[in-house]
Ligand binder design. Structure first.
Ligand SMILES: NC(=O)c1ccc[n+]([C@@H]2O[C@H](COP(=O)([O-])OP(=O)(O)OC[C@H]3O[C@@H](n4cnc5c(N)ncnc54)[C@H](O)[C@@H]3O)[C@@H](O)[C@H]2O)c1
Ligand SMILES: O=C(O)CC[C@@H](O)C(=O)O
Length: 391
């Protein structure tokens, strides 16, 4: 039977094409979907039907998905790290330029001259007024990058090529990300050191309970006067009361962000974009392809790549029958499953077991198909969250 994929946002066709129509049905409404594919749709826990096996986010941030509830239900949540990083990096480059030069004010001024027919008057007018739009160069200025993952590392490289000094802060830097990072990026040991030493600070970290409101009055107060803050990560990372206070006193010169909120609209010291960091043809395609490929490999083989709540686990198929079992990460559960298989005289051809926080996940290739009754016995074991037969 074809697997049903519920899409909750418009997903690039290039990604949907990775799910062949002879084995997948894709629609924006389904009563019993096998999986959900989405972008920024704010998914509520009660919106996730019992039938859902996995959820894939075509994008990096998963704060729109109830990940804790998914973990409790044994549903892996996938994202597509790095697939839109270049798009965000290019918009940050634009943000830095908008923050350093009078581009927006200059454009507005020129637009206000529409209808002028006298070329000589126009020339004199422009030459007389252009000094209002003078800015300063980025070269030689210091950029503080908070979060040095897929996007932060590209932003750091881009700033170095523009002649900026770069200071980075990331207390949870992965080994892969560290390999990607230029040796010219200076390491800051604390967040306040980044804010104190930078002319521009750019945020590239996820919103988590630990990072909500992270940029507060203390950090903004530590910033150099005339500093500029860029937020292409998530609105919730910045405490807006503290932000408005820093703008009102003039301590913060500009806030440039991808997340408009009512209190920030209409301010000349705030530049807001409509959450378009990942809105390029290339990023939308890359994210959709990565998300669809990961979802398909999970549905067809049980493999887990780029999940935010499940361990990374991939196992080549041995034989045609596989069990994918999710359980709480406590001793003896796998032993009990294997005991049932032994009792049924079913041979294990290959298996892999990994854990992450409170969850353990197992792929077990076996030489014949267990009966529904045997599967029900495994599902009934204490600590087993779900058992899926993939044949
Ligand atoms: N504006 C947009 O459209 C857009 C597009 C893509 C991503 N994003 C946002 O950007 C975030 C980062 O994306 P990414 O692809 O670089 O993710 P990533 O996972 O590759 O990198 C995030 C980095 O942040 C670091 N980090 C975590 N907590 C931190 C802390 N307290 N201080 C400093 N660093 C910390 C992690 O160690 C990691 O290296 C996403 O979570 C998403 O919210 C926004
Ligand atoms: O899907 C989008 O347009 C935004 C994605 C972006 O916020 C992300 O976290 O990857």
């Amino acid at each position: 039977m074809a697997k049903r994929i519920l899409t909750l946002n418009q997903i690039s066709v290039k990604g949907l094409e990775r799910l062949p129509r002879d084995s997948y049905e894709i629609a924006s409404e389904f009563a019993h979907p096998d999986a959900i594919l989405l972008r920024s749709h704010k998914l509520q826990a009660e919106e996730i039907p019992e039938s859902v096996l996995g959820i894939a986010r075509a994008g990096a941030g998963v704060n729109n998905i109830p990940v804790v509830e998914c973990t409790r239900r044994g549903i892996p949540v996938f994202n597509s790290p790095g697939a839109n990083a270049n798009a965000v990096k290019e918009l940050v480059a634009a943000g830095l330029l908008l923050g350093s030069r009078g581009i927006i004010e200059g454009l507005d001024y020129v637009a206000g001259l529409a209808g002028t027919t006298d070329a000589s008057w126009l020339h004199q007018e422009l030459e007389a007024h252009k000094k209002q739009f003078k800015g300063s160069e980025l070269r030689g200025k210091t950029l503080g990058v908070v979060g040095l993952g897929a996007i932060g590392s590209l932003v750091a490289d881009m700033a170095l090529t523009m002649g900026m000094e770069v200071i980075g802060y990331d207390p949870a830097l992965s080994v892969d990300a560290a390999w990607r990072l230029s040796s010219q990026v200076r390491k800051a040991d604390t967040l306040s050191a980044v804010f104190a030493r930078s002319d521009y600070v750019t945020l590239h970290l996820p919103v988590l309970d630990s990072t909500r409101g992270l940029v507060n009055s203390e950090l903004l107060g530590a910033m150099r006067p005339d500093g500029c803050l860029l937020n292409f990560a998530r609105q919730e990372i910045v405490d807006h009361d503290a932000l408005l206070a820093a703008l009102e006193t003039g301590h913060l010169r500009k806030y440039i962000a991808d997340f408009p909120t009512p209190e920030l609209l209409g301010r000349s010291d705030v530049i807001l974009m409509p959450h378009i960091g990942a809105s390029t043809d290339e990023a939308e395609e890359n994210c959709a392809i990565m998300a669809a490929d990961q979802l398909r490999d999970f549905l067809e083989n049980g493999n887990i790549r780029n999940s935010v709540n499940f361990p990374m686990l991939q196992l080549e198929r041995a034989g045609s029958c596989r069990l994918a079992i999710t359980n709480t990460n406590v001793p003896k559960i796998l032993g009990s499953v294997l005991a049932i298989l032994a009792e049924l005289n079913i041979n294990v051809l290959d298996m892999l077991n990994k854990s992450r926080d409170e969850l353990a996940y197992n792929l077990i290739d076996i030489d014949c198909t267990p009966s529904d009754e045997s599967l029900a016995r495994m599902r009934a074991l204490t600590g087993v969250i779900n058992v899926r037969l993939i044949s």
